[in-house]
Design a binder for this molecule. Structure first.
Ligand code: GUN
Length: 293
């Protein structure tokens, strides 16, 4: 058997198209332009690439994009002052502070200073709590993109065994909450889990978010399972070049899985498209406008 390759790039392009049409409608019928502010502290090369991609796609969807690049030595006080200013800015509906932050800044303090209704990352404790208790929340972009791809491939997820490998606040924990909301039977596995391979091999849905390149191979995967690879790891190849790989050993797993997301071109593009979707959601909630789906 050879797995179906889930084309995240194409799914993201379709989602961006739907968002752009709704943005156009918001502008023409309500005179509102959704705006996203992205804050980058320091010069981390990977973060710079992400921020550039986010800004370009925001503009392409017809939204306003505001970029704030701050020196790596920026104080917490100055960063919090900028967040206060963005919280109060009526042109800004979404605020994203790119992580990781330099060590002298507390991510928890900074994230929790963002107004929950503008927290398009869904990282604020109010949004994490709302998600966990089944209330309307801003949902973190990567898990939201994963759920969309799963629903597109599998339809109703009710009753399926889902295993999430990884327990980060950004991916693992919200992913488990979302799968629970879809009525899956959910197991969260991590570095201390006993018999992790055997537990994964029971999964109808396997989400890999452990942050270790090429770790999950065919022995961990139930035949026919749907495998979502959240990992983005840059590795050096024998010829001295670098290559992006996931947490899943793609060539091995594709022989047993029913469907699998590739890296690149799987979860990554959907994450950015979901950021645009969350910005649109934040904007319509703030203005009390409802748009047809
Ligand atoms: N760094 C890596 N992933 C993310 C993300 O989804 N949001 C933010 N703000 N920073 C990140």
């Amino acid at each position: 058997m050879s797995a179906e390759i889930i084309d995240g790039k194409a799914a993201a392009a379709r989602l961006r198209g739907r968002i752009a049409a709704q943005v156009e409608q918001l502008k023409s019928e309500h005179g509102i332009t959704p705006g996203l502010a992205v804050v980058l502290v320091g010069e981390d090369p990977a973060s710079q690439v992400y921020v550039r991609t986010k800004a370009r796609q925001t503009a392409e969807a017809g939204m306003a994009s505001f970029e704030h690049r701050l020196d790596r030595n920026t104080s917490e006080k100055d960063l919090l002052a900028l967040i206060d200013q963005l919280n109060a800015d009526e042109k800004v509906h979404g605020i994203l502070v790119q992580l990781p932050l330099p060590k002298h800044l507390s991510e928890a303090v900074v994230i929790n200073a963002i107004s929950p209704e503008k927290d398009v990352d869904g990282f604020h404790i109010a949004n994490a709590g709302r998600l966990a208790t089944g209330q309307d929340a801003m949902v973190p972009c990567t898990p939201l993109g994963c759920i969309m791809m799963l629903r597109e491939r599998l339809g109703d997820l009710s009753g399926l065994n889902a295993v999430v490998v990884g327990r980060s606040n950004i991916v693992g924990k919200p992913m488990a909450q979302l799968l629970l909301r879809e009525n899956c039977t959910v197991t969260t596995a991590h570095s201390r889990t006993r018999n992790i391979e055997g537990i994964c091999a029971e999964a109808d849905i396997l989400v890999a978010a452990l942050g270790r390149p090429n770790t999950i191979n065919a022995d961990w995967v139930k035949p026919g399972a749907t495998v979502i690879d959240v990992g983005i790891n840059r590795i050096e190849t024998p010829d001295g070049k670098t290559r992006l790989v996931g947490d899943v050993d793609f060539d091995s797993v594709r022989k047993v899985a029913g469907a699998i997301t590739p890296v690149p071109g799987g979860v990554g593009p959907m994450t950015v498209a979901c950021l645009l979707a969350n910005t649109l959601t934040a904007c319509t909630r703030i203005h009390g406008v409802s748009l047809p789906a």
